[in-house]
Design a protein around this ligand. Structure first.
Ligand SMILES: [Zn+2]
Length: 193
């Protein structure tokens, strides 16, 4: 009885919220001087959040990249972004036996011309609501570091200073969005059940 009630409630909520669900997000990436140096296109996929990254002006070689806790990118050190996003209380590092943080990503490589063109996946993350959401609260941020992440050192993989930062803003927090439900659509759904 209770289960079916919860199920009905879930169906109702899903129907009511459908028009608000965000499945893509473009993040502008800035360096410590405040110049925009690229973008990250986030999209909701079955196996996590995909990140299409295009950057310029980086030192050739590998760089660490992580999702951080807050959508705050105060130059020049970007410490305002907080620590790596870690809703499950795990250790840092994709190679750590007790890892990894939700926000841990594989290193990206800048070519000899300083360009990065990479496609990454953040498994288990989502742009929808919930504990694993990159858009929880006011949002999170994407930060690139000078050095590469060694995959095991605490707390940040010994990847050096933060050189680029982009806000992944949820847009929540100020004006609440009022999306009226479509009564016709709801009636149709009810008829089907
Ligand atoms: Zn981490």
């Amino acid at each position: 009885m209770r289960k079916s009630l919860i199920f009905l409630l879930a169906v109702f909520l899903l129907t009511a919220c459908q028009s608000k669900i965000i499945t893509t997000k473009t993040v502008d990436m800035y360096n410590a001087s405040g110049d925009m140096v690229g973008t990250a296109e986030l999209s909701e996929e079955a196996d996590g959040v995909k990140i299409k990254l295009k950057l310029e002006g980086l030192t050739p070689g590998f760089h660490g990249i992580h999702v951080h806790e807050y959508p705050k990118c105060d130059a020049p050190d970007f410490k305002s972004a907080g620590s790596h996003l870690n809703p499950e209380g795990k250790e840092h590092g994709l190679m750590h036996p007790k890892g990894s943080h939700l926000g841990d990503l594989p290193n990206v490589e800048a070519e000899s011309d300083g360009l990065v063109d990479a496609e990454l996946i953040l498994p288990k993350a989502t742009l929808k609501d919930g504990k694993m959401s990159l858009l929880r609260g006011e949002g999170t941020s994407l930060v690139v570091t000078e050095g590469q992440d060694d995959g095991v050192s605490q707390p940040g993989g010994d990847s050096g200073v933060r050189i680029l930062c982009g806000k992944i803003k949820s847009g929540k927090g100020k004006v609440p969005e009022q999306t009226p439900t479509d009564p016709t659509e709801f009636n149709e759904k009810q008829k089907d059940e």
